[in-house]
Design a protein around this ligand. Structure first.
Ligand code: UDP
Ligand code: MN
Length: 329
């Protein structure tokens, strides 16, 4: 009896699927698309209570001198409280900007900062995003009690946008100020958690591993774009990024491969400390030659990068909230 019922059920199910196969296929596809775990959701990360030990304590020489003998800032609370920052008024209003120095530099006044970071932002023709970024990032970073300076590297010419080359140019200017730590930053990414300290870790760090565009999941382990941090000396050691990737795509994967080739591992903070939101924009068309450059990238690590960088400096200007480098690639 039970066997018969089972048989009838299966026959009916098969019949139903035959009649409705299109609807069924659409529903399954839809379910897969909205399934929250469809991207690699888990990844190894530095636990919140271990973050402090992983940070590299170093400041620029002028800051080291200026704060000699003064009490160091305490970063325990910033990390453990991990305040959610992406809300009013931080996102829309610059909160008392009088203490930001010309050129977009800031340091705390009440305690000695332990860290100095150059935030390098690559940019062209995204005025609204740049305005939003500058306002928010100064509100965000000042709460972290670190010493930092914002460099905006703008591509002046109309050739395809060369993100990687602009970061190499950023390195040149950050080095002039002896910054020991670089953060390479897209203009459209906003960090949401204050515990995501804008400071270099012992290993280079992929900082935006929990991005809303990917429903807060990590796409693949080797993803190393968007926002990354790295000691200046490590960036130099791997010869920076390739100058060849003009147009969208590939340069971040090539950058990751450069680290791998030198046996340098990367790290991440946990999802709670790595949330970002990406401001909306149209997707750029991928460049056609990115796959070819990526596949033979390893042949060029020693000859294509910082040591082959060629550009013209159109202008360097100190604005209230940033140091502006206008470059011809
Ligand atoms: N970018 C820019 N202007 C452009 C193209 C790119 O300023 O016309 C910069 C900007 O910082 C941006 C980053 O390059 O965030 C990466 O480009 P995009 O946001 O298009 O890449 P995706 O969001 O696909 O990673
Ligand atoms: Mn983007």
């Amino acid at each position: 009896m039970r066997l018969n019922l089972c048989k009838i059920f299966i026959v009916k199910l098969v019949h139903f699927l035959r009649q409705n196969w299109l609807r069924f296929a659409v529903s399954i596809t839809f379910l897969i698309c909205i399934w929250p775990n469809r991207y690699a959701p888990h990844y190894p990360y530095i636990a919140s209570d271990e973050i402090l030990d992983e940070l590299i304590e170093r400041t620029t020489p002028n800051v080291t001198q200026q704060f000699a003998g003064k009490l160091s800032c305490d970063y325990n609370n910033v990390i453990s409280e991990n305040q959610f920052m992406y809300r009013e008024p931080y996102i829309s209003t610059l909160l008392d900007g009088s203490d930001i120095r010309l050129g977009g530099e800031w340091m705390p006044s009440t305690c000695a900062p332990k860290y100095s970071t150059a935030v390098i932002v690559v940019y062209r023709q995204r005025e609204k995003q740049l305005d939003a970024f500058l306002t928010y990032i100064h509100n965000f970073l000042r709460k972290q009690l670190i010493h930092y300076r914002i460099f905006v590297i703008e591509q002046y010419d109309q050739k395809p946008f060369n993100r990687a080359m602009l970061f190499n140019i950023g390195f040149v200017y950050a080095s002039q100020f002896d910054f020991p730590c670089l953060i390479l930053h897209d203009v459209d990414l906003m960090p949401m958690n204050l515990g995501n300290l804008y400071v270099c870790t012992r290993k280079p760090r992929h900082m935006c591993s929990s991005l809303d565009k990917f429903r807060f999941n990590l796409l693949y382990h080797g993803l190393f774009g968007g926002v990354v941090s790295m000691e200046t000396k490590v960036y130099q050691f791997i010869n920076g990024m390739s100058n060849k990737f003009s147009g969208w795509g590939g340069e971040d994967d090539d950058f990751y491969e450069r680290l791998q080739a030198k046996k340098i591992d990367i790290c991440r903070f946990g999802p709670d400390h790595s949330q970002y939101t990406m401001l909306k924009h149209n997707q750029e068309a991928p460049s056609e030659n990115r796959i070819a450059f990526l596949s033979n990238g390893s042949l060029r690590y020693n000859t294509d990068g910082l040591n082959s960088l060629e550009y013209k400096e159109k202008e360097v200007k100190l604005h209230k909230l940033f140091t502006h480098v206008l470059a011809i690639t």
